[in-house]
Design a protein around this ligand. Structure first.
Ligand code: GLY
Length: 330
């Protein structure tokens, strides 16, 4: 087995994983730096080379230890090495526990033509993990900002499929944002269950799995702007607010619904507007590279009063207006 570990958690959790697997089971370790600009082909090649160095064959496995980025890159390397070796996901971030590690999406960013921006997750594969091992104790070493980032995905699960979960998050926001273990232990299984049920029903995203992209089409336009310094969950939080305003513009939900979602995200310490104004034309342009787009049409997930819907008929004006709503005032 080859272990691919985020260098930030190698010291704290890598040893425990090795010890649990048994001393001789892990033939090699690749440490990766979990940064979006490095979520690219060169990192995958480094993993493939390590696979070759340790003599991994098709009966081998890659063990991914870390957050969503580590799991995505290691998963993609596993999906493609020798046309596929097993991958085991051991998520150490809340975001990865409730979302990224479940459901087999793997991938890397791709440089956009004629631009210095990266297109998020534009190359990848569905490659279901053999096992996902969630140990909430690993969250104790997770920086608070990363924890809050994961809470954004839990909010997403609440909006699209479990409004009771959304209410629970709203009523425990302070404890959750502080990483209170009892609050997290209540949240984790419920949020994981939303993801599990959706991917079980639609593994290859032909229908209902698209709902999990709530906020992501907007988020993917801002996340690659490196000097905005947004985590994935922060970008998704802003993206969900934009999606809500877009839904309001399309008559799918009310201003009060938008404000309520904004309040919940804000009470978790998540951003609900852009850190600085960005040209809306460029953001709309970047959205076109989203994988959900078909031709010139954007496919957007928009919240409704009690769930969410997928729409590919949103007028460009409503998208622009939504961006305007999440720009900083003044
Ligand atoms: N994170 C979205 C999905 O797994 O479909």
């Amino acid at each position: 087995m080859l272990m691919v570990v985020d260098q930030a958690v190698g010291a704290s959790h890598g040893g425990a994983v090795r010890a649990s697997l048994g001393p001789d089971r892990v033939a090699g370790v690749v440490e990766i730096t979990a940064e979006e600009p490095l979520k690219r082909m060169s990192t995958v090649e480094r993993i493939w080379q390590a696979c070759l160095q340790v003599g991994l064959d098709r009966s081998g496995a890659i063990i991914a230890v870390g957050g969503g980025l580590t799991g995505d890159v290691a998963g993609f390397a596993a999906a493609s090495f020798m046309r596929g070796v097993d991958v085991v996901q051991i998520p150490t971030t809340l975001l990865s526990m409730v979302d990224a590690s479940i459901g087999g999406k793997t991938g890397i960013n791709v440089p956009l033509p004629g631009s210095d921006r990266l297109g998020k997750n534009l190359a990848g594969a569905f490659w279901a993990p053999k096992l996902v091992l969630v140990d909430p104790e690993t969250l104790e070493t997770l920086p608070r900002r990363e924890l809050r980032s994961g809470l954004a995905e839990c909010v997403k699960h609440g909006v699209i499929a479990d409004r009771g979960l959304l209410a629970l998050i709203g009523s425990h926001a302070e404890l959750l944002a502080q990483g209170d273990r009892a609050a997290i232990d209540t949240l984790l299984p419920r949020s994981i269950e939303v993801k599990r049920a959706i991917v079980q029903a639609d593994e290859h995203e032909r229908g209902s799995r698209m709902l999990l992209n709530l906020g992501h089409t907007f988020a993917h336009a801002i996340e690659p702007i490196t000097d905005l310094d947004l985590t994935h969950g922060e970008a998704v939080a802003i993206g969900m607010c934009a999606a809500a305003w877009c839904a309001e513009g399309c008559g799918l939900c009310s201003i009060e619904d938008c404000e309520s979602l904004t309040r919940t995200l804000s009470s978790l310490g998540l951003p609900t507007s852009m850190p600085r104004a960005e040209p809306i034309d460029a953001l709309c342009d970047a959205m076109r590279y989203d994988k959900k787009a078909t031709g010139d049409r954007l496919r957007l997930v928009l919240p409704t009063r009690d769930a969410a819907v997928v729409r590919d008929d949103v007028p460009p004006g409503a998208v622009r207006e939504a961006w305007q709503r999440v720009m900083p005032e003044g």
